[in-house]
Write a protein that binds this ligand. Structure first.
Ligand code: HEC
Length: 245
């Protein structure tokens, strides 16, 4: 497992940075352009490592599905705690029109805390594992599922994903984070994509969740800063939105 360092120990300095930042409600935050792409790379990625920031972009990128139009965030929207925003259906919609998944989705907000599937010796029951049936043990393993699932993002194979990754306007970040050969072949690129997404889910989702709770309780003082930060992780948060009780 590549869970390091602890999300909570990372969160406290990030929160301090947010409190000291100049972000304010109704503007002043970094400008967000297009799908998950953030204009101001410096400020916009406050608190995230380059690997997490790459993962964040991939998490919100709708160009990876086939046909394009669906990202991880389509089914795991930060505005509803990284769960499916569509509440009128018992399962999630796929990228291909008319296709639906066979299960309802799970929040990705605290998936980083799910231990690998194992038998609890004291309780004598199976616990842990990601997905409803615990079939993935790491967030990277989990992140490899949706892109190729015909009922979800529906890319035909890893070669298709490689082509899409190479076409990203931030493709160079793969080389910065994983080295010059990062996108040299489909296997390697797919693994790096999953590793980056794992890094974001491991920290970014949890930080977002904690900030959401704090913003609900202290929205006068932290709500504004939180919205500024949330806009950096999700281009879908309108600037006029205000967190209220
Ligand atoms: C079409 C909707 C859809 C898309 C797109 C999608 N997911 Fe999911 N997600 C689901 C569903 C449904 C489940 C539960 C599936 C199961 O248990 O078999 C799930 C489960 C998960 C879980 C497990 C949470 C837990 O506690 O076990 C995580 C983490 C997750 N998704 C992250 C992602 C990431 C990362 C991506 C993008 C690479 C993604 N999802 C794309 C619908 C989606």
């Amino acid at each position: 497992m590549t869970r390091s360092p602890s999300p909570i120990s990372r969160f406290v300095p990030m929160l301090c940075g947010l409190m000291l930042s100049s972000w304010a409600c109704g503007g002043g935050g970094p400008s967000v352009t297009g799908t998950g792409a953030v204009a101001d790379k410096g400020e916009a990625t406050a608190g995230l490592t380059p690997r997490e920031d790459l993962g964040r972009r991939l998490f919100f990128d709708e160009s990876l599905s086939d046909p394009p139009g669906q990202s991880c965030a389509s089914c795991h929207d930060p505005k509803v705690a990284f769960a499916d925003p569509v509440k009128s259906l018992p399962v999630s919609r796929g990228a291909v029109p008319g296709r639906y998944g066979n299960r309802n989705d799970l929040t990705a907000a605290y998936a980083a805390f799910v231990p690998p599937l194992h038998k609890d010796p004291e309780e004598d029951i199976w616990v842990g594992g990601l997905f409803w049936d615990g079939r993935a043990n790491t967030l990277a393993e989990q992140a490899m599922g949706p892109p190729l699932n015909p009922l979800e993002m529906a890319a035909r194979d890893r070669e298709v994903v490689l082509t899409r990754l190479r076409a990203l306007d931030y493709a160079a970040m793969f080389n910065d984070v994983f080295g010059p050969d990062a996108l040299s072949n489909a296997e390697r690129a797919f693994q790096h994509m999953a590793d980056a997404i794992e890094a974001f889910v491991n920290f970014g989702c949890i930080a977002t969740g904690i900030l959401q709770i704090l913003a609900l309780n202290f929205h006068e003082t932290i709500g504004c800063r939180y919205l500024g930060w949330l806009r950096t992780v999700s281009s879908t948060v309108p600037s006029e939105e205000v967190v209220t009780h």
